[in-house]
Design a protein around this ligand. Sequence first.
Ligand SMILES: NC(=O)c1ccc[n+]([C@@H]2O[C@H](COP(=O)([O-])OP(=O)(O)OC[C@H]3O[C@@H](n4cnc5c(N)ncnc54)[C@H](O)[C@@H]3O)[C@@H](O)[C@H]2O)c1
Length: 436
Amino acid sequence: MLEPTLTRRTLIRAGASLAAGAVVLPHVSRGAHIAPRGGIRVGVIGCGGRGTGAAHDALHASPDTIITALGDAMPDRLAGCRANLEGNESFKGRVQVTDETCFHGLDAYQRVLAAPVDVVILATPPGFRPIHFAAAIDAGKHVFMEKPVAVDPAGVRTVLAAAARAREKKLNVVSGTQRRHEACYLAAMERIRDGAIGRVLGANVSWNQGGLWMHPRKPEWSDTEWQLRNWLYFTWLSGDHICEQHVHNIDAALWALGDDLPSRALGLGGREVRTSPDYGHVFDHFGVTFEYDDGRFIVSQCRQIDGCAGRVEEIIYGSEGSVHLSSGRAQIKGKNPWRWEDSQPSPYVAEHVDLIAGVTGGPYINEGERIARSTLVAIAGRESAYTGATLALDRVLNADLSLMPVSLELPGTLATPEVAVPGRTKLPPPIAAERS
Ligand SMILES: NC(=O)c1ccc[n+]([C@@H]2O[C@H](COP(=O)([O-])OP(=O)(O)OC[C@H]3O[C@@H](n4cnc5c(N)ncnc54)[C@H](O)[C@@H]3O)[C@@H](O)[C@H]2O)c1
């Protein structure tokens, strides 16, 4: 569902047509309220590129935010993030971490949650997100969590349950699908809802780009440390790139389709170029068709192969036109042509503006269930490609599939899972079937 209050607020920030001075927050449900006096205390769990970036965004989003705790599995990543934040002149006095509130190790998340924090940023590899999100909600924290929020059906179920608990406790939850907070996307979606392209028929979404970073193994790294440092290439950590990266585009398509979920996925994919064991066991390309019972569709492509055509965008088709969307760009072709021509605030900062508004008594926001559902769609596409089967969304949601190793220790041994083989790899049976 679109969030009308959010839409309005973000458009106000973007300087769109509402009159200056007319900003009155609507009377809607309020979240668990924190008085900003003394600061809104933010902790970061997962202090890599995005965790550090999200800490910047939280500090830019409000003068009241302060960073009070940091946690990361790896001491060097923790130190890099701390040095980055403490060394930034513009954050002077607002990075209030000490040796006692900086934690490393796989249990760092528990220690950040026990530290003096009101809001936590969850930015580890997504395999850990369900555990960290559930723990954060149970600890009574407001949450900004990066996408995707799970890598398997068990994780999606955990996030759905924790998001429902967050709603009961009025804890605000924002996920890192920044398109939902990006002014040009919000304006385009509003036009779609107003009928600018007629009846929405379907979408064609893509994230096609070259390869990403890979860290060659060092002799001192255990299997676990090597996999964690190269988390993109292990499905138990990343969900594969359809889930890790392409979920952005799938989420935008679902948004345009009224956040209705498709009934089934039919996907294909493989590992054509990135075949060395350095790249774990993930695929390097996927193509999936998601079908609705009423005939609507999402056609989805993602590829991480150097030297091929790049494209990152969403095209939404309607009975009277189409909408073309990508970062900072929105255009309608057809009966009611339109093009976004304004500048816009950073959608990464906007996410935190919207979260902090909720945290400080503004409109309650909880994107937990929505991003869990978008993540499920991406997982269904992946599982369809891995198995070669047409898979119903319900079947995937209920599958007895948890990819997290049963026990995990940083110095531990951990085999690389096998590469999926369509036609041979199977989706495990539903949980209910196993119980009966
Ligand atoms: N919204 C966006 O546009 C966007 C962009 C980039 C990344 N992301 C997402 O952000 C998340 C992090 O990506 P990144 O690029 O920052 O990766 P990264 O590798 O730079 O950082 C991940 C950090 O998590 C730490 N970590 C791993 N396991 C941990 C655990 N169990 N507990 C605590 N820390 C742990 C790692 O040591 C590392 O420092 C991913 O979910 C990714 O999809 C989103």
